[in-house]
Ligand binder design. Structure first.
Ligand code: EPU
Length: 784
């Protein structure tokens, strides 16, 4: 029976059955490869579906597709002619002669419902791929781990061997150009077979390569026996040779007795045997023998012993297809990984960032071993479990899969299409890892914070791996992009300076709240600071300077761009000359007070009570004991927004109560303060007075100093006190019992809590006293 469009239309009227039967495959094969039809793909953005769309377009069909998301892949396909809809609508089925759906699509999808109602032909993805394969000499690569790499390697070696294969692989393959390609010239069709949903049984290839078989996809299969049954059927349906990994016991048991079975691996019994394996940076070399006879040496530029295994499978297959060994090894040496298969996202002498799709414990172990063989100092892993069912079924195995990693950050489960399973989260795996005694594991339920946790723990010599089949790679990509900038910043501040990614600003503010600084930079020289300013200007990176963080409230989302902390080196100099003390931006106010005392200079004792640095104190014209910074300043030196240095004397500066506009866009380098000669005893008396004032009127708890500027009519602390708001709180942020103008952090307070409390105080002051309180603390950063 020829399955023409008319035939399909006729059947649509009479039939209500769900799928075509397999015995119709020859006709279907013709329908897909020798005729032209209108075909709609439901879930077209999926990695397997997009490949099929590409094939069908190349085969000349009018292809439409729907998905709830658009991706770079769907955009690429649209350029090739895909008619894409970012929504699943029942009418898509009406316009098509055939509807193909992904196994991720739920039964109640409107297109499937409509297709069923109107008896429209419906196919699963694998059924369509298998039918296309029928038109060629089929090669199926199957197994739990390594399918994508091995099928890509096979297609590449066959292509280089002049065989002109068509291919269908489940990921983007840079070396092949696309994930799928129909080559009208060649005889062979190489396809990655998907065992996850049982559709492996659809294939009737001429050759099958079986990589490994173990427990996986236990959401679909009841046990290993059920998995093996599907593989056994594929093996039965293979008309020519089955190439199998003899080192994998389940595979060897299933394939070993079959006639026309060709084994490969490290075992002495292997038909194609690898020996003398040497793993090295990102690759390996090994010797290959066929049935005891030496074929020669092969090299790989993809890392890990597991890839030597994969390559042996490809060598066995290609040799059976009579491709000469020297051609095979020449092309293997050139093979580059598929996307997300040990894909290097960033590489420098100091850091290496690699992304891998590993999501099964066996794959994780193999990838970590490969990573270890590269020989970096530490191995840091971020892992996103994939599917609740797998997390539950294999949590024990996951517990031991990370033994080779120094640090592991685990985030929550990527559900794929699954509903949650109560009690199963990323923590399930963390608990298992901890139970095995691993000390370097942490749980970060928020995926978007994972790159920050990992970035902040980086040290030179680290290899960072992102692992998982969901979207964890996006976290590594953010980290890689920021690392590019961080490395440039490091070059600017040189060895002596410090650059850290995502440094929590709660560690650098006296209130101990605040999210991370995207780039935390500590230059040690004025020249490095100037260069940093120019770099930020050129790169359009915001630049914010922070001293001791004593009058600063950083929001919980942290500060985007560079946070510069001039500290140490040039920034801790303090010099006394006559009655003048010149102190660099990183010097603490308290140090200035004591340097003045040592030189018998009076008038600067009040500085003892200011917790900030010279840079910070200048910026806000800090004050205490009735005095203000600029009353003692004679001149300042600063860098402008282009990194040029300037000196300005007091008379040239415009200064207000708790505000110094010049430093809102420029950066303090140093200030010169003037004292008056005074008796040491008198200086000591005033220092004691200041200390006593602080001790008796201010809290010792974590705070940002006074929150509000003093209104002209009443000190803010007194006002808050009179309003009866002392000790009022939002979460862990509380108004001090000691002083009404201090908010203290009782524990893990958040910036959001402090801000809410500030708003409460302002609201009550406005309502009850008509006073508009204005904050003195500088509030910066992004909300979370
Ligand atoms: N007061 C109350 N109840 C309170 C707090 C204060 O009645 O809960 C009364 C005090 O008794 C006093 C008046 O309010 O009569 C002013 O209080 P205080 O002398 O403590 O001084 P302040 O104006 O609140 C200023 C600075 C402080 C500095 C102190 C001591 C401002 C906004 N604050 O506080 O600076 O340490 O003087 O010299 O000018 C800072 O700026 O971060 C800071 C802590």
């Amino acid at each position: 029976m020829k399955l023409t469009s008319e035939a399909i239309a006729a059947r649509a009227d009479s039939s209500r059955k769900k799928y075509w039967r397999r015995d119709e495959l020859p006709d279907l094969s013709r329908f897909l490869t020798a005729e032209k039809h209108r075909i709609h793909l439901v879930g077209v953005a999926g990695s397997g579906m997009s490949g099929l769309a590409g094939l069908l377009i190349e085969l000349g069909h009018a292809v439409s597709g729907s998905d709830k998301v658009s991706t770079t892949e769907t955009e690429r396909l649209q350029r090739l002619g895909l008619h894409f809809h970012e929504q699943h609508l029942a009418e898509h089925a009406d316009a098509a002669d055939l509807v193909v759906f992904s196994s991720a699509i739920k039964n109640d999808n409107p297109i499937l419902l409509s297709a069923r109602t109107f008896g429209k032909p419906l196919l699963r993805r694998a059924e369509a791929v298998a039918a296309i394969m029928q038109a060629r000499r089929g090669i199926v690569i199957a197994g739990m781990h390594g399918k994508t790499t091995t099928s890509a390697m096979t297609a590449h070696v066959l292509r280089e061997g002049g065989v002109h294969p068509s291919h269908y692989v489940g990921a983007e393959i840079p070396i092949l150009g696309t994930n799928a390609h129909w080559n009208p010239r060649g005889e062979y069709f190489v396809a990655e077979g998907d065992e996850s949903d049982g559709t492996l049984r659809c294939f009737h290839p001429e050759y099958a390569v079986i990589l490994n078989i173990e427990e996986e996809h236990l959401d679909f299969y009841s046990d290993l026996a059920a998995i093996e049954k599907v593989f056994a059927q594929l093996i039965d349906q293979t008309s020519g040779s089955v190439l199998y990994n003899i080192d994998d016991p389940n595979t060897a048991r299933l394939c070993g007795k079959r006639k026309c079975a060709v084994s490969y691996g490290f075992s002495e019994q292997a038909d194609y045997r690898g020996t003398d394996v040497e793993l090295r940076n990102f690759g390996s070399s090994f010797l290959v023998c066929r049935r005891g006879k030496k074929l020669g040496q092969a090299t790989l530029n993809v890392p890990g012993e597991h890839n030597v295994h994969n390559a042996l499978g490809v060598i066995a297959l290609a040799s059976e297809l009579s491709i000469p060994f020297n051609k095979i090894t020449a092309s293997l040496g050139k093979f580059e990984h598929a996307r997300r298969r040990f894909e290097i996202k960033y590489a420098s002498d100091r850091f290496l960032l690699v992304d891998d799709y590993a999501h099964h414990p066996t794959e994780i172990r193999a990838t970590l071993c490969a990573a270890e063989s590269i020989g970096r100092r530490r191995l840091i892993t971020m892992f996103q479990p994939h599917r609740f069912s797998r997390t539950k079924a294999l949590c024990r195995e996951f517990g031991s899969a990370f033994d080779h990693a120094d640090r592991v950050v685990i985030t929550d489960v990527y559900p794929a299409s699954e509903p949650p399973i109560p009690g199963i989260t990323g923590r399930t795996i963390v608990d298992e890892i901890v139970r095995r005694g691993h000390r370097g594991v942490t749980y970060q339920p928020r995926l978007r914070s994972v790159h920050r946790d990992v970035g902040n723990m980086l040290e030179a010599g680290d290899l960072v791996l992102s692992l998982g089949a969901g979207n964890i790679h996006e976290q590594l990509e953010i980290l890689a992009a920021d690392l590019v900038i961080a490395e440039k910043l490091k070059a600017i501040v040189s060895e002596e300076g410090e650059v850290r990614l995502y440094e929590p600003l709660s560690n650098h503010t006296t209130l101990r709240v605040g999210g991370p600084a995207q780039f935390w930079v500590e230059p040690r020289t004025e020249q490095a600071f100037a260069e940093l300013i120019r770099f930020c200007l050129d790169e359009h990176l915001p630049l914010f300077a922070i001293g001791r963080g004593s009058n600063l409230l950083v929001r919980d989302g942290g500060i985007r761009g560079v946070v510069v902390h001039p500290h140490g080196g040039d920034f801790e100099k303090i010099e006394v000359e006559g009655c003048e003390i010149t102190a660099s931006a990183g010097v603490k106010f308290r140090q200035v007070a004591y340097a003045a005392r040592a030189a018998n200079l009076g008038g600067l004792e009040w500085m003892e009570g200011v917790p900030g640095t010279v840079g910070g104190g200048l910026r806000m014209n800090a004050g205490a004991m009735g005095a203000q910074t600029f009353e003692n300043v004679t001149r300042i030196r600063y860098l402008d927004a282009e990194g040029h240095s300037h000196v300005k004397s007091r008379g040239e500066l415009e200064v207000f109560y708790r505000r110094f506009p010049l430093l809102e866009k420029n950066f303090a380098i140093s200030a010169t303060f003037r004292g008056q000669p005074a008796e040491r005893a008198e200086i000591d008396r005033r220092l004691r007075e200041s200390q006593e004032k602080r001790r008796t009127t201010q809290p010792v708890a974590k705070s940002a100093g006074c929150i509000f500027k003093n209104p002209v009519t009443i000190p803010a602390g007194k006002l808050v006190d009179e309003l009866g708001l002392k000790n009022s709180r939002v979460g862990n942020a509380r108004v001090s019992r000691v002083h009404g103008n201090f908010i203290v952090n009782d524990g893990q307070a958040t910036a959001a809590e402090v801000l809410e409390l500030i708003d409460d105080l302002k609201r009550v002051a406005r309502r009850k006293r008509g006073i508009e309180l204005e904050t003195e603390v500088e509030i910066v950063g992004e909300p979370e």
